[in-house]
Write a protein that binds this ligand. Sequence first.
Ligand SMILES: Cc1ncc(COP(=O)(O)O)c(C=O)c1O
Length: 432
Amino acid sequence: MDDIRGPVTNLPGIARERLGHTRLHNVDTAPRAVSAMMNPNASSIIDNHRVRGRTERIPVAGPWVTDLEVQYVAEAAANDWYDNAGQSVDRFETEFADYLGIDFAAAVPHCTSALHLAMLALDIGPGDEVIVPESTWVATAAPIDYVGATPVFADIDPTTWCLSPDSLEKCLSPRTKAIVTVDLYGGIPDMEAIAARAAGIPVIEDAAQAIGAFAQDRAAGTLGEIGTFSFHGTKTVTTGEGGMAVTSRSDLFERISRLRDHGRTPAGHRYFVTDELGFKYRMSSLQAAFGRAQLARIDELVGKKRQIFEWYEKRLGGVPGLRLNSRQDGVQNTFWMVTVVVDRSYGLSTRRLMELFDLQMVDTRPFLPPLSSLPAFSEYDTSTTAARHNRTAYDIASRAINLPSALRITEEQVDKVCDLLQIFLLSGKGPT
Ligand SMILES: Cc1ncc(COP(=O)(O)O)c(C=O)c1O
């Protein structure tokens, strides 16, 4: 067998044990790399487990939907009109705020709009700088640009992969108007150290990926002035598309509520009086009903995320030169995306790993590329400076991927992913 471009499915745990620490060298192309590193027995393992006929891809992300969501949406579709219009949204907001233990929650069409409203509520505008960690989805920083402010890109911490307090300190300037922290992949940055370095500067906590995470007894999303969440279809709690802005400050909540509804106040609502131009950033009843059902199942959803991580941890935790998401004292990581950082000595780049998995019908994602590397931000001088200094974000992004972490994934699929990863590692030298 000299080409294994077909799907390798169902590799048993013994493949890992038997092949685990064999080293193979001088392997060049991706398919050959895998086949060349196989001894004859290993090839027959692949042959024996090749699925005949159509093979399903293992998805990297995706929701867990039950009859409950369908039932809630059907009820809202039948009833949420006339006097009941908006009742699912009100309930979703109240239940969400209760879950987090915070005073106010405003449902919006997505986390991007929640972040946009957060910037506006904090009066951020032209001339202001907002510090944002390099490693995040572009949506964290795009709203800084929407309001005319300048993003300043800070490095990440090598353990949490979230905003580095040391780097943050170096980015502070008299123009710093706010800091956006990101709870990357369900982890939480060292918020105490961040607050100590940036006392008095408001923090927007982008908890898009972190519902269910806690720092001590405080929920992710409640650790700054304003917290934001995403309910995109890839997230732990989904409404298809959707988001939430939360805060314990009534003034910020009032501002967010007004701006998400074309600048209307409750007083002017009835007569269509608009005091200022705002946005149409409201969530629909049907989405909110879906979200209420997901929230009713939150422990099950977050529990499954943690279960998936434990499956990976059990299989990969002891493999030399691999690092998974961190477990820090006092933080309950929610492990939205199980992520593996591969020691440089294996010679496997992010891109190469993704290609190898793709050939085997396994979807992965790259560790988020540094924002300052994105052409979209090249017009900012801060981008050039950041690219010179933010070594950790650049280093990790070059050799890390998100492993399949969809809520419907099975332990057998995790087994397969782990076996494949270890086979790929065999083409590298590995840590000395
Ligand atoms: C860290 C982070 N911030 C913001 C967003 C934007 O969320 P949405 O797609 O709901 O606008 C995402 C979505 O993936 C995200 O991961």
